[in-house]
Design a protein around this ligand. Structure first.
Ligand SMILES: Nc1ncnc2c1ncn2[C@@H]1O[C@H](COP(=O)(O)OP(=O)(O)OP(=O)(O)O)[C@@H](O)[C@H]1O
Ligand SMILES: [Mg+2]
Length: 328
């Protein structure tokens, strides 16, 4: 089976006054057709930069993709020109963000924006594009879609805007939807509705989804596979049930232990001691070593590879480094 998306040894760096920041530092990922991949990890570990890299939307300067390959259905998109990338964005790959106003234009009505997107990518005439837009708004559960077409984004609630953004994102039936914390800014009830919408899209249309989230509960409920990122690298990756049942990387174990359980008071809540390291190009060894309770001598000296541990389960840790030759 050819993955919809395959990221190989991706390096995206920022060139700042304080030096070169390897925000994405050798990331390997894949998403199979019809699959929801969760991407988790603490703030600053490179989740958003990875996803922006896939659409070549990393702000440049200061950012730059300096190495690796990004294959969309086997085709490397890194050499593509802007014009070809514009065709891919919104067509075969769509993206939704935490804050819908970053992708909705405040100066145009919802209808104008949907119609524009659909005409651009689908080549529909204005009237058909409008009908398709209304249809999409209805599908994402927007009441009175005809009326909403003529509204400006700022007149809508956060949940409504997020629905509009999803409607726009999926109006061209993308093969891959990248959702970067799509519900973080919303209240709990609306959050659940938006996630349900994303799940439906996956189940009914088979859209592959990269779901970036802080919330392991969301991963457990929504995702088929999960990639755990730390300091610009994937440290563990596998099927959700395997990772929750048998987390191998001490960082993954820490994340799982930090999830509040029912009946647990805030005081008792575990959090991983220490802080995410300042990223630099001369880091050595495992990035998690300074915070790791099981650290060994080798960890500070040499970086372990991401190796296959059991079926479809990879981990980057010296505790599990027996099969380095299987490195991906
Ligand atoms: N515009 C920028 N200029 C310089 N460095 C940046 C810029 N954007 C991101 N970075 C660097 O990239 C790192 C990764 O950022 P990224 O936004 O991908 O993290 P994240 O995992 O999405 O975090 P969060 O969970 O907070 O969204 C940051 O720690 C920062 O060092
Ligand atoms: Mg982010």
């Amino acid at each position: 089976m050819q993955p919809v998306l395959k990221i190989e040894d991706l390096h995206t760096h920022f060139f700042t006054e304080r030096g070169e920041v390897p925000a994405v530092d050798g990331v390997d990922l894949y998403i199979n057709p019809g699959e929801i991949l969760g991407v988790v990890g603490e703030s600053g570990c490179g989740k958003s930069v990875t996803s922006l890299s896939v659409l070549k939307l990393v702000p440049s300067p200061p950012g730059q993709i300096v190495g690796g390959r990004i294959l969309l259905k086997g085709r490397d998109i890194l050499p593509l020109k802007d014009k070809e990338m514009r065709k891919i964005r919104g067509d075969s790959v769509a993206m939704i963000f935490q804050e819908p106003m970053t992708s909705l234009n405040p100066l145009f009505t919802v209808g104008q924006q949907i119609i524009e997107t659909v005409r651009l990518h689908r080549g529909l005439a204005r009237k058909e594009a409008r009908a398709h837009g209304v249809d999409m708004l209805r599908k994402v559960g927007i009441p009175r879609p005809e009326a909403i077409m003529d509204e400006y984004p700022h007149r809508l609630s956060g949940g409504m805007r997020q629905r509009v953004m999803i409607a726009m994102a999926v109006s061209c039936s993308p093969e891959l939807l990248i959702a970067d914390e799509p519900t973080t800014a919303l209240d709990v009830t609306i959050q659940a509705q938006i996630l349900e919408l994303i799940r439906q899209l996956n189940e009914e249309q088979g859209t592959a989804i990269m779901l970036i989230t802080h919330d392991l509960g969301v991963v457990a409920e929504m995702c088929h596979r999960v990639a755990v990122m730390y300091a610009g690298k994937v440290v563990e990756e596998g099927r959700v049930r395997d990772i929750f049942k048998n987390p191998l990387h001490p960082y993954t174990r820490g994340l799982i232990e930090s999830v509040p359980r029912m009946n647990e008071t805030r005081e008792r809540l575990y959090s991983i001691p220490g802080q995410v390291p300042v990223l630099s190009t001369d880091m050595q060894g495992c990035r998690f070593a300074p915070r790791c309770a099981e650290v060994m001598e080798v960890c500070a000296q040499s970086l372990p590879a991401l190796t296959l541990q059991e079926e479809q389960h990879h981990c980057r840790c010296w505790l599990h480094a027996k099969e380095q030759e299987d490195a991906v």
